[in-house]
Design a protein around this ligand. Structure first.
Ligand SMILES: Cc1cc2nc3c(=O)[nH]c(=O)nc-3n(C[C@H](O)[C@H](O)[C@H](O)COP(=O)(O)OP(=O)(O)OC[C@H]3O[C@@H](n4cnc5c(N)ncnc54)[C@H](O)[C@@H]3O)c2cc1C
Length: 499
């Protein structure tokens, strides 16, 4: 908005830093971790996504390529490396499971068409309300896209190890194979087929470079400002009430604007900011979506170089069993000493920070697990809280150690971050995936930038898709609803640049 119409933009962020999950975490001086970005796909030079990033950051966001092998999947008795290039991925699977060759090839074709279907669905669903929306017909592609991942795999494959391997990205989709629409699985897998990238200088560069045009045009960023209410006058949104949170006190401040956009997640927006504008049918449909999973993150400062143990800048996914439903069931009992699946990465190897090595482990868990812990009787809650952090960290490290013996010896300092305030029960994480991408999500009529309240819009993971690219595209799509700036505008820029 700052760049297209010279708008003065005010960004209100409840945390002490901008950027949501793209923020970086610094502890103990110069140890650095990423909060939620390990790899970003589909930003090859000259791609439309790269062009949009360049445009909205005044060409100041750079990218570095991660190694060709960007993911290692670690199962109980084998490790599978995903290498850049769809064809490499396909061939490696066929070498391992030659008897299912034909089905594997068909699977890659289905992934491609379901990923395309996903993009088409999001484009149609999120197009401006005043432009005609064509319904996607119920054809054979939609049937594949809207089957669950588990249904697809069970119908096409025999070997349970192969099925588990193909479903490995359930963590990146935030949904179990039995629940995830094949479309979200396909879109997420397809996202990395051409390889993975990482922001030059670290993930914090994403928000730091994006606010440049905002500041240039006289806009502002206010951190420690939590928005709790929308100010409505004559049926239109005209401002927000926010609490500025300073040590020990909350100061209420109102801000006024003719356009207000919420990026706190559609569920939070509908239920907390504008519940009185949401009709009963929509509320009922919303209540049918289960709660999104949350992440528990363990930050590790290492006193030796992880490359000595064979690690690199790739991301490592460790699964306790071949059954992902069981793996998530275990993750949902972290507070009871169980862990079934995790993602391990080494930010220092991506940042080329050879002095201060770091590792980060993320586990997809369940808020209810922590709520249960909070309601349990504790002799001394403070002591229990401290013990809980230590116990969860140990549980997580046990799973890593079981696959990479000696890992613990590298650890100098560790810190666990929970998604919930253990005193109040309040969720303190962000909006990772948006509403869970179950098949039903692709049919609802209310997940688009416009809301029932005039001048009030939604953006973020719920609109175009999750992840850095999904979030960025959501911004563009919301802009289109407000100011009629379609993605095709950026295509014109790209084509004129290439001439
Ligand atoms: C551990 C982990 C690893 C990930 N890895 C990757 C990856 O490798 N690649 C990738 O592309 N994606 C990855 N993701 C997903 C990606 O980070 C998210 O999909 C993306 O950040 C979502 O963007 P968003 O803007 O919708 O939400 P968020 O990033 O959550 O931003 C929402 C912001 O709103 C703020 N907020 C909330 N409520 C209020 C309020 N009331 N008032 C003011 N501010 C408020 C929050 O503090 C937050 O800053 C990962 C996520 C996690 C958790």
């Amino acid at each position: 908005m700052a760049k297209f119409e010279n708008k003065k933009v005010l960004i209100l962020e409840r945390k002490s830093h901008l950027g949501g999950y793209t923020n970086e975490v610094r502890k103990q001086g110069s140890y650095i971790w990423e909060a939620g970005i390990q790899a970003v796909g589909q930003i090859e030079e000259n791609s439309i996504n790269r062009l949009i990033f360049n445009f909205i950051t005044n060409d100041s966001l750079g990218w570095t390529r991660l190694p060709d092998v960007y993911s290692r999947l670690v199962y109980p008795d084998f490790i599978f490396e995903i290498e850049k290039g769809e064809e490499n991925f396909r061939k490696d699977l066929i070498i391992m499971f030659p008897q299912e060759e034909e089905k594997i090839s068909a699977y890659f074709r289905d992934v491609k068409i379901a990923a395309k279907w996903f993009n088409r669905n999001r484009a149609i669903t999120t197009a401006p309300l005043n432009k005609k929306r064509t319904q996607i017909s119920t054809d054979s592609i939609e049937k594949i896209a809207l089957s669950t991942l588990a249904e697809y795999l069970d119908a096409n494959f025999i070997n349970p190890k192969l099925k588990a391997l193909l479903a490995s990205n359930w963590i990146a989709c935030g949904l179990l194979p039995s629940e995830a629409a094949f479309a979200i699985h396909a879109a997420t897998l397809n996202h990395y087929f051409e390889g993975a990238y990482y922001p030059l200088g670290g993930s914090k560069e994403i928000s730091e470079t994006m606010i440049l045009p905002v500041i240039q045009k006289g806009g502002m960023v206010l951190t420690n400002h939590s928005v709790g209410e929308i100010i409505v006058e004559n049926g239109k949104a005209v401002g927000v009430k926010s609490n500025e949170i300073r040590i020990g006190e909350k100061i209420q401040r109102n801000y006024y604007s003719d356009i207000i956009i919420s990026n706190i997640g559609a569920r939070q927006t509908f239920s907390k900011l504008i519940p009185e504008f949401i009709d009963e049918q929509t509320k009922k449909e919303i209540s049918e979506f289960t709660e999104e999973p949350v992440t528990v993150t363990l930050y590790l400062a290492l006193h030796s170089d992880p490359r000595e143990m064979g690690f690199g800048a790739e991301n490592i996914w460790i699964y306790k069993t071949y059954n992902h439903e069981e793996n998530y069931r275990l993750n949902s009992q972290l507070t009871e000493g169980r862990c079934g699946a995790l993602m391990l990465s080494f930010p220092s190897l991506k940042l080329k920070n050879t002095q201060k090595h770091t590792a980060m482990i993320a586990v997809l868990g369940n808020l209810q697990d922590f709520r249960n812990w909070i309601t349990r009787p504790h002799k001394n809650k403070e002591i229990s809280k401290r013990a809980l952090s230590g116990d969860i960290s140990n549980t997580i490290l046990d799973l890593v150690e079981s696959r990479f013996s000696g890992f613990r010896k590298m650890i100098g300092f560790q810190d666990l971050s929970l998604p919930i305030n253990l005193d109040t029960g309040e969720y303190i994480g962000g909006n990772i995936f948006g509403f869970p991408a179950i098949p039903k999500k692709f049919k609802v009529k209310w997940l688009h930038p416009e809301t029932p309240l005039q001048n009030f819009y939604i953006t973020g993971s719920d609109i175009s898709g999750h992840g850095v690219v999904g979030g960025m595209l959501s911004g563009v799509v919301t802009l289109n609803s407000i100011m009629n700036v379609p993605i095709s505008v950026f295509r014109v820029f790209r084509d004129s640049k290439q001439k």
